[in-house]
Design a protein around this ligand. Structure first.
Ligand code: ADP
Ligand code: MG
Length: 140
C-alpha cells in the first residue's frame, strides 16, 4: 500500500501520468472516491502517461470509452449511471479486463462482483480540515 497526498489537481494528474507510464497489459485500476474527488483528473493524467493526446472525459452516453492511440489501449469505464451489471457485459468488459489493454473503472463499488481479484485499487479522499484541494490517495 502506498499513500500520496496531493494539494492541487496538477499533482493528482501527475500521479496518474506516472502510473500510466508504468501500466502493463491486462491491469485493471479501480478509482474509488466520492463525486468531485478527482477520479477523472487522475484518469486524464493516466491517459497522458500512456501517450494518449486527445481529450479524455467521462463518457456521458455510455459507460465505456476506448482509446487506441496510446502505448496500450485504454478502456475508461465510468459506471456512475449503471443500472445493472449486465450493462458491463453489453459493452464487452471481459475483453477489456482480460485483454492486452489497461482498464480504469470509476465507481468500481457499483460493479464489485465482476472486478478481478488482481485489480489495483486507488482511493481518493478529501479532508476538508486540510483545505479544499487536499486529497489523500491510497494505492493498493
Ligand atoms: P470525479 O471524477 O472524482 O467526480 P473530477 O476529476 O471530475 O472528479 O473533478 C475533481 C475536481 O476537483 C476538479 O474540479 C479539480 O480541479 C478539483 N481538485 C481540487 N484539488 C484537487 C486535487 N488535489 N486533485 C484532484 N482534483 C482536485
Ligand atoms: Mg469522474
Amino acid at each position: 500500500m502506498k499513500t500520496v497526498i496531493t494539494k492541487k489537481p496538477e499533482e493528482t494528474f501527475a500521479l496518474g501520468e506516472e502510473l500510466g507510464r508504468k501500466a502493463a497489459p491486462g491491469q485493471v485500476y479501480c478509482l474509488n472516491g466520492d463525486l468531485g474527488v478527482g477520479k477523472t483528473v487522475f484518469t486524464q493524467g493516466f491517459a497522458k502517461g500512456l501517450g494518449i493526446e486527445g481529450p479524455v472525459n467521462s463518457p456521458t452516453f455510455t459507460i465505456l470509452q476506448s482509446y487506441e492511440e496510446g502505448r496500450l489501449p485504454l478502456y475508461h469505464f465510468d459506471v456512475y449511471r449503471i443500472g445493472d451489471v449486465e450493462e458491463m457485459e453489453e459493452v464487452g468488459y471481459e475483453d477489456c479486463f482480460y485483454g492486452e489493454g489497461v482498464s480504469l473503472v470509476e465507481w468500481p463499488t457499483l460493479v464489485e462482483e465482476i472486478l478481478p481479484e488482481t485489480a489495483i485499487w486507488i482511493t481518493i479522499e478529501k479532508d476538508l480540515e486540510q483545505g479544499f484541494d487536499y486529497r489523500k490517495i491510497t494505492i493498493q
